[in-house]
Write a protein that binds this ligand. Structure first.
Ligand code: F6R
Length: 606
């Protein structure tokens, strides 16, 4: 992961670099650092933890220099301390890096044999010394070209040189990198979001390319070192202002914003006047697609899994779901009549991007369901369906999950009706229910006290389980993921019907178990599975939907009832109490809810 920034200006840059680093913190918050050139020397200041820590350092506040680079880190090689923080510098060269250098051990051996001294445990430091070594005999362009050739793995780099005080070099392979253009100053950043407060004129580097950033112009090169021309894109100049408002945490705000996310998505994709779906520009004919493969990571993978149930129910397509990091290295059978759908909030997740790249290279049809429309995954997919949920800051995804499953549900309805698997009346009834969904989510959000009360039990237990069948199974996985990433207690999502094949052995007296049993086709089966865990001492929190029919089971510890709707849409409502459960569990423990330990919002390493 990690975020990088570089600024070449005629004004002092340290304060602007610090501000940009704050925006990049969603990419990593283990440590932060900055390097500028002043009085003919590279000055480097780094600190463990958040950018705030770095900013507090009085040396940063008095830091001089009109050219500089900065970094926020998500540790890969070496623990997250200030020595391993970036930038890494020799006397002549300073480097910030996002990615992983896979052959760093071998390169380090070679460089040590040449007399180079290493200070950190990072893979990045080999880049510093390789460039320093090449600069002994080569000019800048050749040194960079040779260094990049020697590196295996992924990188986005920002490089500062003591003896070239008027330029910064940027380079990318595998990790994203953008160049921005300002008035008599130019920038380098991991993404346009980091640059947006300075400029809306952006050029994205492609894999293998590097650039030389001067104050008044930027030169681009391909991997052979040949100069190339690149397009300047003009992004919307409105910088989205997004703050916590009166909420304690972004996550709390983002949970409450979900009715708006759904309203926006429905407004965009449902043609209310004609009771139809507003996706008219699919670039393929309906008979060109007979199967669909949905690919994502983490929560986005759970969205894919959710979509599988809907696509199978509503269309006659063959449906596959894959975790991006698994898909990218398997021997896939690429089929001409397959559509590959990539689901990602950030649109920058390295594994998901690599899976997309693989599909593109194999000539497959690709579609992105993303939140960040300027992202790499959106840019490189043939067809893009934005989820329109606005900025999501909380590392634990909430509104983006609901946004993703909404768009995937609508896409399933679209394919169902295109292929005549779903007749007009059925589609119309489903769209009417869908239009009602934001209101139902709003009502479900009102359930709060009960969830606050039960959350301590989950914190105190040594582990918990989240069970569901059918449409509720992906939601059980998502609920368990939320709890473990926020409250650092073990939680396992499992298909309720699978418990008897092993995990039932985990159940002991007092273990909290969430059972998702809405009144859908799976209800009775799930209730039986629930009784099996209750019989073995589990403390069951049953989450179901309101109904006039009584729940026929004894010894349920607590029950939460969400609103009622058709069975396709119940997963949206079941998600809400699980998000709140994780939130309150972490709140009671006093953990950093928006930035859980060891994680980052955008995962740009594999
Ligand atoms: C968990 C979470 C992550 C992300 C995953 C993919 O709450 O947010 O599991 O879903 O890292 O990220 P995107 O959607 O940006 O590809």
């Amino acid at each position: 992961m990690c975020g990088i920034i570089g600024i070449n200006s005629s004004k002092p840059v340290s304060a602007t670099i610090i501000n940009s680093l704050k925006k990049l913190e969603y990419r990593g918050y283990d440590s932060a650092g900055i390097a500028t050139l002043s009085s003919g020397l590279i000055n480097e200041i780094k600190s463990e933890g958040r950018v705030d820590n770095l900013e507090k350092n009085s040396l940063v506040q008095s830091m001089e220099g009109t050219i500089g680079i900065g970094h926020v880190r998500w540790a890969t090689h070496g623990s997250p301390n200030s020595i391993n923080a970036h930038p890494h510098s020799s006397q002549n060269v300073s480097v910030v890096h996002n990615g992983i250098i896979e052959n760093s051990t071998l390169l380090k051996k070679f460089l040590v044999s040449k007399g180079h001294k290493f200070k950190s445990q990072t893979d990045t430091e080999v880049i510093v010394h390789l460039i320093t070594e090449h600069l002994k005999t080569e000019n800048i362009v050749n040194s960079i070209k040779k260094t990049l050739k020697a590196l295996h793995g992924s990188f986005a780099l920002g490089i500062l040189f003591k003896d070239e005080p008027d330029l910064i070099v940027g380079a990318r392979r595998g990790s994203p990198l953008a160049v921005g253009y300002g008035p008599s100053e130019n920038y380098l950043g991991s993404d346009s979001y980091a640059l947006k407060s300075m400029t809306n004129k952006i050029t994205y580097l492609n894999d293998g390319e590097f650039c030389i950033i001067k104050k008044d112009h930027v030169e681009f090169f391909n991997e052979d070192g040949t100069k190339i021309n690149k397009k300047v894109l003009e992004l919307s100049s409105e910088e989205e202002k997004y703050d916590k408002g009166d909420y304690k945490h972004f996550m709390a705000k983002e949970i409450e914003e979900q009715p708006i996310t759904l309203k926006n998505g429905i407004k965009e994709y449902v043609d209310s006047a004609n009771n139809n779906i507003n996706i008219y520009n699919i670039p393929w004919k309906k008979n060109e697609i007979n199967s669909i493969t949905l690919i994502g990571c983490g929560t986005a993978y759970h969205s894919c899994l959710m979509a599988k149930y809907w696509f199978e129910e509503l269309t006659s397509l063959d449906v596959n779901v894959d975790i991006a990091s698994e898909f990218r290295y398997r021997k896939n059978r690429f089929k001409r009549d397959s559509l590959y759908v990539f689901v990602s909030q950030s649109g920058e997740t390295a594994d998901t991007y690599a899976a997309l790249d693989l599909c593109n290279k194999n000539g497959m049809k690709t579609c992105a369901v993303v939140n960040v429309i300027e992202s790499s995954i959106a840019r490189d997919s043939e067809f893009v369906l934005p989820i329109h949920c606005g900025t999501e800051i909380g590392v634990a995804s909430t509104k983006a999950f609901l946004g993703q499953i909404l768009i995937l549900y609508i896409l399933a309805l679209k394919f169902g009706s295109l292929r005549s698997d779903l007749d007009k009346e059925k589609l119309s009834a489903k769209l009417s229910d869908l239009k009602n969904l934001p209101k139902l989510v709003e009502q479900t959000l009102l359930t709060d006290n009960k969830i606050q009360n039960v959350s301590s039990t989950f914190n105190e237990a040594k582990g918990s389980m989240f069970l569901g069948r059918g449409f509720s199974y992906p939601i059980a996985l998502e609920g368990a993921l939320k709890l473990k990433e926020l409250s650092y207690v073990h939680a396992e999502g499992y298909p309720a019907g699978e418990m008897k094949h092993g995990p039932l052995a985990l159940i002991e007296e007092g273990m909290p178990v969430v059972v998702l049993a809405p009144r859908d086709n799976y209800y009775k089966k799930t209730i039986s599975n629930m009784q099996e865990v209750i019989a073995r001492g589990a403390k069951v929190l049953l989450i179901t939907n309101k109904s006039t029919n009584e729940i026929v089971s004894e010894n349920i510890w607590e029950t939460i009832e969400v609103e009622s709707t058709n069975q396709d849409l119940l997963p949206f409502l079941l998600t809400i109490p699980l998000q709140k459960l994780a939130y309150y569990a972490a709140l009671k423990k006093g953990f950093d809810i928006d930035k859980p330990r060891n994680l980052a919002k955008s995962v740009t390493v594999e």
